[in-house]
Design a protein around this ligand. Sequence first.
Ligand code: IPD
Length: 288
Amino acid sequence: MSEPDLAALVELAERVARQAGELVRTRPDTVDVASTKSSPTDIVTAMDTASEALLRKAIHHERPDDGILGEEGGQAKGVSGLTWVVDPIDGTVNYLYGIPAYAISVAVVTGDPLDPSGHQVLAGCVHNPLSGETWTATSGGGAFLDGRPIRVNRNVPLDRALVATGFGYDAGRRRHAAEVVAKVLPRVRDIRRIGSAALDLSALACGRLDAYYERGLGAWDLAAGGLIAREAGALVGGLAGRPPGPELVVAAGPGLYEDLQELLGPLRPDRDGEATEVSEVSEDGAHD
Ligand code: IPD
């Protein structure tokens, strides 16, 4: 495979994300759930399907040899070694209710996009169609919000950290996630549950949040936002040196990242409720 042209890839990612954004912006007053996936609360709207169809068509038109992995339509393999990873609406529940926190996420990766340690994200774009804000990044080329360079907050003390998280859709997993967050909340400035992982990671990248963690992300939730956060200076990983992926994503600026790893480690946010006893951790971090 010849050296990919990162500038061309991010330009295409942004262009198609904005095109999908134009469509998603036409939200009707009433939105219906078209179908459900992993649980009754894990929903698909007609707009998710339409936005993904637009993204697939636009990408395929310009790069017919590349693969595409989409949240709703699954994976179409290509022959070029590159795969586009798209979330047509990240924050679908917000879209359903008309809460203005949803985004189109488009990234392009080399390797297997479904293997957390087996791919590299080359370029990505997260576009909020309502605010118009657009985050972009290329591997090694930095991260930008509306064309201006962005940086994460650095060395934020844990007790001053604004930490975002999410809960996925599985009831058992949520029970455990609630136990974990109950132990995190007294140790940090506050918690945010914005409802779009791509926007969480993008907000972290430009200093609107200090940290983010969540179990159960799909590759499409993580690919673009993860690159944007990393290129803005965040550390992005799983627990204890593992790569970020469906098991767990932890992201924060240097200093805070290490403290958050230490806090989360014993709480095992990378496991499901059924399998885990959450040990008590007191205010000073000692185990009861
Ligand atoms: C969801 C959002 C949410 C996160 C879930 C994701 P979707 O994506 O990113 O914030 O907590 O884990 O599945 O379903 O709206 O594309």
